[in-house]
Write a protein that binds this ligand. Structure first.
Ligand SMILES: O=C(O)CCC(=O)C(=O)O
Length: 303
C-alpha cells in the first residue's frame, strides 16, 4: 500500500517552484496553509453577511423561490434568492427556514453563493488580482487564463449537508478537460469534523468518471471511487487548495458546532473554450461514448 503524504505546504511562495507544479500535475492538487491575511479573511467572511443583509427578502433586488421539502434531492431544497439584474444568487441550507427579521442568523445558514465576484471589491481582488494567487494560476494554467465561475460554500454548523464525490468537470460545459482548475479558500478552520475537502490524489489522471443523481446530489457512482483512497485537506482560515477539474473530491456533512465557510473560484486556460452543452456532452463520456457527467435532463424527468 502506498501512503500519500498530503501536498500541504506552509505558505504560498511569490512564485511556485517547478517541484510544486510537478506535484500538481501528478496528484491533481496542492494546498497551502497561510495564504490570505487575517484582514482579507475577515473582509471576505463579513462580506457574506453584508450581501445577505443587502439582498435577502429585498424584493426590489432579488426574488426568492421556496424550493422546499418536495425536492427529491437534499442539496436542491433550500430557499433560493436570485438577483433581478445579474447571475448572482444564493441558496439557503435545506433544513433552515429563512426569516426576514433574522438576517445574520440567515447568513450563518446559507449553503452556497454563486456568481458573486463583482458584488464586493474584496472578492474581485481575491479572484482576479491577488499577486500570489495570479502567479499560482499562471503556473498551473499558463499566463493566459480566465475566471470561469465563483461560488462560496458555507456548510452551516450542525445542518450543513455533504457534497458527495464528484469531478467539477461533470458540470462545466467546456471543450477540453486539461485546462480547468478550482481554487478553494477556507474562511473558517476546515477540519474532517466540519466538512473539509477530501480528495483522491492522482484521481484526475484516469479522466471522466460516471456520475448519477442520488438522493443528495450529482455524485460519482460508488464503484468508480474508493473513499479508502481519500486524503483530508484540513486548512486554517486563509488556507487554500488548488485542484484539477477532473480531481474527484467531496466534503462531508457538518454535524459539528463550527460553521465552515469557503470561497471557491474556477479558472480555465485560454485554450479551453466554453461550448454549448450538447458539444460538451459528446466529450465527457465513458467507454461507450455516452455522457457520464451531471445530466440535468434526468433530474427533470426523475430518471
Ligand atoms: O465546499 C464544499 O463543501 C464543496 C465544494 C465542492 O466540491 C463543489 O461545490 O464543487
Amino acid at each position: 500500500m502506498t501512503v500519500h503524504i498530503p501536498n500541504i505546504y506552509p505558505t504560498l511562495p511569490d512564485k511556485p517552484d517547478a517541484e510544486m507544479i510537478a506535484r500538481y500535475r501528478e496528484d491533481g492538487y496542492l494546498a497551502f496553509l497561510n495564504v490570505l491575511t487575517p484582514e482579507e479573511v475577515s473582509a471576505a467572511s463579513n462580506g457574506i453577511n453584508e450581501l445577505v443583509r443587502k439582498y435577502a427578502f429585498n424584493e426590489e433586488l432579488t426574488e426568492h423561490v421556496n424550493k422546499g421539502y418536495g425536492q427529491k434531492m437534499v442539496n436542491g431544497r433550500g430557499t433560493l434568492f436570485k438577483s433581478r439584474t445579474s447571475d448572482f444568487h444564493f441558496q439557503v441550507e435545506g433544513d433552515y427556514e429563512p426569516k426576514p427579521d433574522r438576517l445574520d442568523e440567515l447568513a450563518d445558514n446559507i449553503r452556497k453563493f454563486q456568481s458573486y465576484t463583482n458584488e464586493l471589491p474584496i472578492y474581485e481582488y481575491i479572484a482576479t488580482k491577488h499577486p500570489k494567487l495570479r502567479a499560482l494560476l499562471g503556473a498551473v494554467l499558463g499566463e493566459d487564463y480566465e475566471q470561469y465561475s465563483s461560488m462560496a460554500l458555507c456548510k452551516p454548523a450542525g445542518i450543513g449537508q455533504a457534497k458527495p464525490w464528484h469531478q467539477d468537470l461533470a458540470y462545466f460545459a467546456v471543450n477540453r478537460f486539461d485546462g480547468v482548475t478550482g481554487m478553494w479558500i477556507a474562511l473558517d478552520r476546515a477540519t474532517t469534523e466540519n466538512g473539509c475537502m477530501q480528495v483522491i490524489p492522482g484521481g484526475h489522471r484516469t479522466g471522466p468518471r460516471e456520475h448519477y443523481w442520488s438522493k443528495i446530489d450529482c455524485e460519482i457512482t460508488t464503484e468508480k471511487v474508493d473513499p479508502a483512497d481519500a486524503v483530508p485537506i484540513e486548512l486554517p482560515p486563509g488556507g487554500l487548495m488548488i485542484f484539477d477539474g477532473l480531481l474527484p473530491h467531496e466534503t462531508a456533512a457538518n454535524r459539528s458546532n463550527l460553521r465552515r465557510r469557503a470561497l471557491q473560484f474556477h479558472y480555465r486556460s485560454a485554450a479551453t473554450q466554453v461550448v454549448p452543452r450538447e458539444e460538451y456532452m459528446k466529450k465527457f463520456t465513458g467507454p461507450e461514448g455516452i455522457f457520464i457527467g451531471c445530466d440535468y435532463s434526468k433530474l427533470e424527468t426523475g430518471e
